[in-house]
Design a protein around this ligand. Structure first.
Ligand code: UD1
Length: 424
């Protein structure tokens, strides 16, 4: 198992190039199961989660080639099994996003249940509610932790589906299933994340008829078949936010290239409230925190376009260093404060009450041995390590490598003093 060692680094400076979005590429890859033709995806980041999705698709019969420069060519000429691999679903919850495409293409799918993870129970009830509304029969075998979903004799039939919560994964799964359903499907209270728009754009290139992606009502008119496509993944807004916070926490100055400013508005707004300068220039997003006295702010995570839950932990690491107390409220996941213990080991002194974390601020963090408790929490610990005195050792970094491309190299390019080492 590898770990990252970080030394106190001073203000980071320079520019960083943002990779294709992890949360966009996974459903884009799953969508290729909807057609027997070749689909090409560009700007695919090199990530552990992408490798898991590749294995998942290959398990269903897809043939995948990789040009080594971020272009994947995926072709599922024939689906060779309708049963998902338990090991792969365990490794990555997001692999459940293959359910919708397989159900649409084959009329049937058997998937192991993903179970809980560090940040909460994370059920898939809304995904299943959507499939049922499209006329599928859903057989949940809790004993064997497996779900068997089967379309009715006429195939999937469009309907109106109201999501009790705008779940990203459920919206993606239902959207993909509905592309080949008969008639019109309307998803109400749909997720509005940029990754949903990216998926709808690729599906429309494949011949789907989707309107309203990016709003809370998506209308899908089913078509008989889909074709191949060429699509480029959008830049990763969570990686963008992470590097914005790297500038802020180190009181540095970073230009973030290949980022979409409109995707990170809540992060920009909150950084500005704290006194950080954020400007969109012709070169990218400039984040400047040099020689500033920064002050506190409150954060409440929400579905897009609200403040992203995936940036909650990196932002909290930053808030430990500003003047005055902040309150961070997590409303999307039930248990996403695992990093608080780790930050406290570095002297952050944060307390939790229900879904609120109280961050006193004004701390000079001290290097410690800490864990990456999940993907984004791992990034938060590295950010904290950049400003802590002495050396910080972050273990369990496989979480970080699931979702950040060239993480250590990108930080080194900005002047950070860190290295990846294999643990004994
Ligand atoms: C996606 C992102 C993840 C991000 C999250 C919220 C991917 C691969 N992952 O995860 O990085 O943190 O959106 O922005 O895109 N829920 C239910 N029932 C369901 C589905 C979800 O109750 O059937 C609940 C979850 O437990 C959670 C909340 O809804 O509390 C949000 O989950 P959801 O939007 O589905 O997130 P994911 O798609 O899993």
């Amino acid at each position: 198992m590898a770990k990252i060692l970080i030394n106190s680094s001073g203000p980071l400076s320079g520019s960083v190039f943002i990779s294709g979005a992890k949360n966009a590429v996974l459903p884009l890859m799953a969508a290729t199961l909807l057609t027997s033709e070749e689909c090409i995806i560009d700007d695919v980041p090199s990530l552990a989660d992408v490798t898991v999705m590749r294995k998942m698709l290959e398990n269903f019969g897809s043939v995948i080639t990789d040009d080594g420069k971020g272009r994947l060519s995926i072709r599922a000429r024939e689906i060779t099994t309708i049963e998902g691999s338990k090991d792969l679903v365990r490794e990555m919850r997001a692999s459940t996003v293959v359910m919708g495409p397989l159900l649409a293409r084959c009329g049937e799918v058997i998937m192991p249940l993903p179970g809980g993870c560090a940040i909460g129970k994370r059920p898939i009830d809304l995904h299943l509610k959507g499939f049922k509304a499209l006329g599928a029969d859903v057989d949940l075998d809790m004993e064997n932790e497996i779900v068997h979903i089967k379309a009715g004799p006429e195939g999937l039939i469009g309907d109106v589906i109201y999501l009790d919560f705008p779940s990203v994964g459920a919206t993606e799964n239902i959207l993909m299933a509905a592309t080949l359903a008969k008639g019109t499907t309307i998803i109400e209270n749909a997720a509005k994340e940029p990754e949903i728009i990216d998926l709808a754009n690729q599906l429309n290139k494949m011949g789907a008829k989707i309107k309203g992606a990016g709003t809370d009502t998506i209308r899908i008119t089913g078509v008989a078949r889909l074709t191949g496509s060429i699509h480029t993944v959008i830049p990763d807004r969570i990686e963008t936010g992470t590097f914005m916070l790297a500038a802020a926490i180190t009181r540095g100055r970073i230009v973030i290239k290949n980022a979409i400013p409109g995707h990170v508005r809540p992060i920009v707004a909150k950084l500005k409230e704290c006194g950080v300068t954020v400007e969109t220039t012709e070169y990218g997003i400039l984040v400047d925190a040099t020689d500033r006295v920064l002050t506190s702010t409150n954060i409440k995570t929400l579905p897009y376009p609200g403040f992203p839950t995936d940036i909650q932990s990196p932002f909290m690491a930053f808030l430990t260093t500003v003047e005055g107390p902040s309150v961070v409220r997590e409303t999307v996941f039930e248990n996403r404060f695992m990093h608080v213990n780790e930050l406290n080991r570095m002297g952050a002194d944060i307390s939790i009450e229900n879904r609120e974390a109280r961050v006193p601020g004004g701390k000079h963090l001290k290097g410690a041995k800490v864990r990456a408790t999940d993907l984004r929490a791992g990034a938060a610990m590295v950010l904290a390590g950049l400003v802590a005195s002495g050396t910080t050792e972050v273990s369990e970094i496989y979480h970080i490598e699931r979702g950040y491309e060239n993480f250590v190299q990108k930080f080194k390019g900005l002047g950070a003093d860190l290295m990846r080492v294999e643990e004994d």
